[in-house]
Design a protein around this ligand. Sequence first.
Ligand SMILES: [Zn+2]
Length: 94
Amino acid sequence: MPWIATCYQCQQQTGISRPFFETKDDFLAWTLLERKILEKAVAHYAPHSRSATDARPCSGVGMAVPKANILLASSTTPDDDPPTWGRQIPRHGG
Ligand SMILES: [Zn+2]
C-alpha cells in the first residue's frame, strides 16, 4: 500500500486507499499547489491491526481519513500512484 497516513484511532502510520478528489476543480487545485495539499482529497483506511501486540482489526479500518490526517498523508511512490479525481467506490482490502 503506497499511500500512508496516521490512523485517528490507533495513531499508527497505516496504509490508505489512493486519495481522490470528487471534482476536477479540486484535482486541478491540487496540481497547482505543487501536489502537497490533500485537504479536499478522500481516502479510506486499509485493514491493519490495533497495535503490534493486538492483532484485532483497528476500528478505523474502512473509515474515511479525517482532513487533518489526509493533509499529512504521503505516497511512497508518488510518480507511480498519484491521486485521481471523480467519484469512486471505496474498496477495502485492495
Ligand atoms: Zn488504526
